[in-house]
Design a protein around this ligand. Sequence first.
Ligand SMILES: CC(C)(COP(=O)(O)OP(=O)(O)OC[C@H]1O[C@@H](n2cnc3c(N)ncnc32)[C@H](O)[C@@H]1OP(=O)(O)O)[C@@H](O)C(=O)NCCC(=O)NCCS
Length: 210
Amino acid sequence: MLPSLLSPLGSLWPFSFGTAWRTSNMSVTYIKRHRMEVDLRRRPPLAPRLPKDYRLVPWCPALLEDHAEAKYLSFHCEMDAELFPCLGNPEGCRKLMQDISAGRGFIAEATWLIASYDQRGGWEPCATIQGSRYDATYGAIQNVGVVPQHRHRGLGAALVSAALLGFQQVGLPQVYLEVTSQNVGAARLYQRLGFKRTKTIYKTVEMALS
Ligand SMILES: CC(C)(COP(=O)(O)OP(=O)(O)OC[C@H]1O[C@@H](n2cnc3c(N)ncnc32)[C@H](O)[C@@H]1OP(=O)(O)O)[C@@H](O)C(=O)NCCC(=O)NCCS
């Protein structure tokens, strides 16, 4: 388990980009994010490749809890849990998965879990991705997450590739996602898979001062 990246005071440092305003007990901070897009007609997705002892599991509703667990373990110590507090607790992740999978645009074909073989002979969830239809052209990737002890083995690339193939399968030619600008590892992963930055967005985060 990674140590928490947050200070004991719960400050957004080192992820904040300037305090916009501050009252006696609240502050609002802008967080810089990038929209990144890939055009699957120009850059067809690659077949996902996984190391030994891992497998990609297609979406089915019975896997909701596994996706929620993988999401929580992937995000709760990360900067995105400051931006989206639901990512910082198991119940929030479960509710988010319920909302995403019940949403009108949800795309099962672009939603994948990676399970890792454990030494006791079972499988445990270790990575998750979800896809939704934004409009007739664009698919949206949500919440790519790999549990810390399974990172740097190609699981992130495999998840995104599997999702891109799913978008292609349902006829969506373009795919976008958003990434926090300081999340350079994630941005590099998306770039490697053909995504390009198209827009910068500033998200406001309201924090209670202690
Ligand atoms: C971003 C994230 C999904 C990447 O997952 P990952 O499984 O580590 O991704 P990959 O293994 O495919 O790629 C990561 C790096 O490992 C390297 N790698 C891949 N396979 C490898 C292997 N077998 N041996 C050594 N390195 C390897 C990749 O080249 C890449 O290197 P780079 O960072 O220098 O470009 C993961 O760090 C994560 O879940 N972060 C927290 C949640 C988050 O921020 N999600 C993104 C929200 S937009």
